[in-house]
Design a protein around this ligand. Structure first.
Ligand code: SF4
Length: 165
């Protein structure tokens, strides 16, 4: 259903199933950025890491929804969840066309790059959060992570692109 159809048929209740679903593998983060609720409200909100049991319940429901896109991110650091690669593989095996995640990149090691690529993930976005070292929440090697991931990805999949905002 496109936007025009939705508006034409709108009677106070949104109909149809979502095309984009967001799943939050972890609602906590390893950083404490001052502009971010996840970073500064660490103890004020019930936050944690999604269990495999919960993820499996979601996966069952996703089969009926059949979304076009699944975003494995909603504000925390997804790579804090040790099951993240399993989650990506499960989503891809369901036939989800586009699975993406967003990360601060701080937990990604050289060894993990191959796992990320081989998991079938379609897109990964690195948040750099600042245009200078002073502005950035951390200055510990994010640029190297991008450089390393690009090098590795190009050696397996030449379609890898780097987007800058
Ligand atoms: S890295 Fe991202 S999620 Fe984590 S505290 Fe900073 S802005 Fe928030």
């Amino acid at each position: 259903m496109d936007q025009e159809e939705i508006l034409d048929n709108y009677d106070g209740v949104v109909k149809g199933l979502p095309e984009v679903v967001r799943i939050e593998p972890a609602s906590i983060c390893n950083l404490k950025c001052i502009h971010c609720p996840t970073g500064i409200l660490r103890n004020e909100i019930n936050r944690g890491i999604m269990s495999l049991e919960t993820f499996k319940i979601i996966i069952k429901e996703l089969k009926d929804i059949n979304p076009r896109v699944v975003v494995l991110y909603h504000g925390g650091e997804p790579f804090l969840n040790k099951n993240i690669f399993y989650m990506i593989r499960q989503l891809k095996s369901l036939g989800i066309g586009f699975v993406k995640t967003v990360t601060n990149g701080m937990l990604i090691t050289q060894k993990m790059l191959s796992k990320i690529i081989l998991s079938g993930l379609d897109s990964i976005e690195f948040s750099l959060d600042g245009k200078s070292e002073e502005e950035k929440h951390s200055n510990t090697g994010t640029s190297n992570i991008i450089k390393n991931s690009k090098k590795k990805k190009n050696s397996i999949n030449p379609k890898f692109t780097e987007n800058r905002i």
